[in-house]
Design a protein. Sequence first.
Length: 127
Amino acid sequence: MKTELLYRIADIINSNSTKYHAVIPRVKRQYITQQGNRLVKSTCLVLNIMLVNRPKHYVSRNKWNIYENDIDKIIKKIGRRDKEFAQRIDNCEPTLFDIEMIIRRASFQALKLKLVVTSYDIYLENN
C-alpha cells in the first residue's frame, strides 16, 4: 500500500467529518503475527481515528487503531471484484464512499464514519 493513499484517507476523513479526527503517527507500530508455528514481529503504519469533542468514558471507545496491513487486505479483496475501485485506489483518488467502506470493514463494522449521506439516512431523519 502506498503511504500517499493512507495520508489521503486521513485528509479526507479530517476534511469531511466533524465527529472524527484521523492521525497517522510517524513511527511504525510493532505487533506480532503468526506464520506457521512461529510468532514473527511485524511493523506497519497505523491510522488513528479519534472522536472529537467527547469526554472520555471508560466503557465506550474514543480511539480506533486501524493497521495499514488490514486496509491493504480489504483493498485487494474489493479491488478483485470492482475494477473501477482498484483504478481509483491506484491513482490515490478514493471517493468518500470508498473510504467509508474500507474503514468500516477494517474496523470489523465497529466504526461507521457516515461521510456520505445515503437515502437510508435521509429516511431515518424524516421518521
